[in-house]
Ligand binder design. Sequence first.
Ligand SMILES: [Fe+2]
Ligand SMILES: [Fe+2]
Length: 194
Amino acid sequence: MKLSIDLVVDSSKEWLEAVMNDFDSFLKDHANCERKASTMAMSFVAKFPDRTEIIPELIETAIEELEHFQSVYQIMEERNLQLPPKMEQDIYVQQLIDCCRSGREERFLDRLLLGSIIECRGAERFRMVYEALPEGELKQFYRELWASEAKHGNIFVKMAMNYFDKEEIYNRLRELNEEEGRILNSLPIKAALH
Ligand SMILES: [Fe+2]
Ligand SMILES: [Fe+2]
């Protein structure tokens, strides 16, 4: 069973160049993204406490994302970097959330599928960073993250399978993936995950 569908657009070389030219800025943004990913997983638990089938996996995912945050923050400390005092809004995530429908069930499905799409995009980009980095610990770190986020990309679709039929899931995933491609292409290029 295929649990995720391919992203519609590839990230650009220009994005990778921006990241590699200002890796410190990328790290600060990346750390915040991991922290937010952990919060996002736990917000499902808070909003849908009755969906007991998926709560253990959500907790597990939240812990893994928090561990990612811990690891990125450690790298920042080694480089004497601090988290930014004010968090910039993540336009990419905000625009994706704006695509979610409003009914309780529809929103639940859309938010799960967005979880999957955002994780798949993270995996794609960490892979690019991994491939661009010179041999060393940092390269290995991004290789591990790529694998971990790729796994998360499947997890949210798998969770949706508990509550929705396959056809509905894949149809909606296709629509949201189209939106994601459009949003990604419209973003300014900067040394950030999105
Ligand atoms: Fe992560
Ligand atoms: Fe993740």
